[in-house]
Write a protein that binds this ligand. Structure first.
Ligand code: GRG
Length: 318
């Protein structure tokens, strides 16, 4: 049955994603129990599932727009997009596991639990991250299983979009800039101004958020114009998400966030509040959401949950 509220859509999408992740993640005897247990410890620790939700919502929005012209096939798009949604959540979880390691951000609390390396040790945490990263691409190549040329070609496009977003041009590159800014890389620490901070976040968190929405649109068979519009929407949603993340690091409590609060200031990291102040940061986030919503209106992708998700990203408390 179609969702009647954003809360209903988010719940349904989270259940769909969690059930699929449980099916897709390998278990013994395919892999050693310790790898399976460690991967599952972090994947099922209770993340918000923002990225897979964006994938499914983008697919659903494209299908709704198409169904206005072809009133058949409703619901198929989310099934086509579900493997990409899960693959992205695997990559996101791997990035959190590695980010929390002593060699990177050195954190002990994530998703309301002790971080993976605290429980399993650094070696298994590195391997669980590596395992999730590799498994994500195996899944993208394998599912949805179809010999249909059109579906195979959409899968190939999505593989490239997600690989680019997760790799050196995207998340890995952004994390490297973050390490340089924190003085954790060879050479002198670099100083980020507002533009540098934005560029770093565009790679570190923005790229995967954009890939999440774009992958859903591609799997649903969107036109190039609609894919580009959804990309612009997600660019603004990703930036708003990051600004709010910085604000929550100042204002939130660890119990609510499920991760250490006040860490950015303790580590003297450049953030939106540290560069622009809290009020201006809130205004910047609201401007991003307004732009994202206008993009949907201009592209006539207004049916579905993308608009409500943009608003949710700034009112969230965790
Ligand atoms: C190790 C290559 C590599 C990259 C790490 C994503 C990342 C890059 C580091 C995470 C550091 C961080 C806390 C960034 C702020 C934004 C962010 C990604 C927050 C965590 O994402 P949420 O809030 O987490 O969507 P949940 O747990 O809800 O999935």
């Amino acid at each position: 049955m179609a969702s009647t509220s954003l809360g209903d859509f988010l719940n349904t999408a989270r259940i769909q994603v969690d059930e699929a992740l449980d099916r897709y993640l390998p278990r013994p005897p395919v892999c050693p129990a310790i790898v399976s247990d460690a991967m599952r410890y972090s994947v099922f620790a209770g993340g918000k599932r923002l990225r897979p939700i964006l994938t499914l919502a983008a697919a659903d929005a494209v299908e709704r727009a198409n169904v206005r012209h072809r009133p058949s096939g409703a619901g198929e798009a989310t099934l086509l997009a579900l493997p990409a949604a899960c693959a992205i959540e695997m990559i996101h979880t791997y990035s959190l596991i590695h980010d929390d390691l002593p060699a990177m951000d050195n954190d002990t609390l994530r998703r309301g639990r002790p971080t993976l390396h605290v429980v399993y040790g650094d070696g298994i945490a590195i391997l669980a991250g590596d395992g999730l990263h590799a498994e994500a691409f195996t899944l993208l190549a394998r599912e949805p299983a179809s010999g249909d040329h059109e579906i195979v070609s959409r899968k190939l496009r999505v593989l490239r979009v997600i690989g680019d977003a997760a790799g050196p041009a995207g998340m890995v590159g952004g994390q490297a800039i973050d390490l340089q800014a924190a003085g954790q890389a060879p050479g002198r620490a670099i100083t980020l101004d507002g533009q540098g901070l934005r560029a770093m976040h565009a790679r570190k968190t923005g790229a995967l958020i954009r890939a999440s929405a774009v992958s859903g649109a591609i799997m649903a068979g969107a036109t190039t114009d609609i894919i580009n519009a959804i990309d612009r929407y997600a660019t603004d949603v990703g930036l708003a998400f990051q600004i709010v993340d910085d604000i929550l690091d100042v204002e939130g409590k660890a119990e609510q966030l499920g991760k250490t609060a006040g860490k950015d200031a303790a580590d003297a990291k450049p953030t939106y509040p540290s560069l622009f102040g809290l009020e201006t940061s809130r205004t910047l986030a609201a401007e991003c959401v307004a732009r994202a919503r206008q993009t949907l209106v201009d592209a006539m992708v207004t049916d579905g949950w993308l608009d409500a998700i943009a608003e949710w990203v700034v009112v969230r408390r965790s």
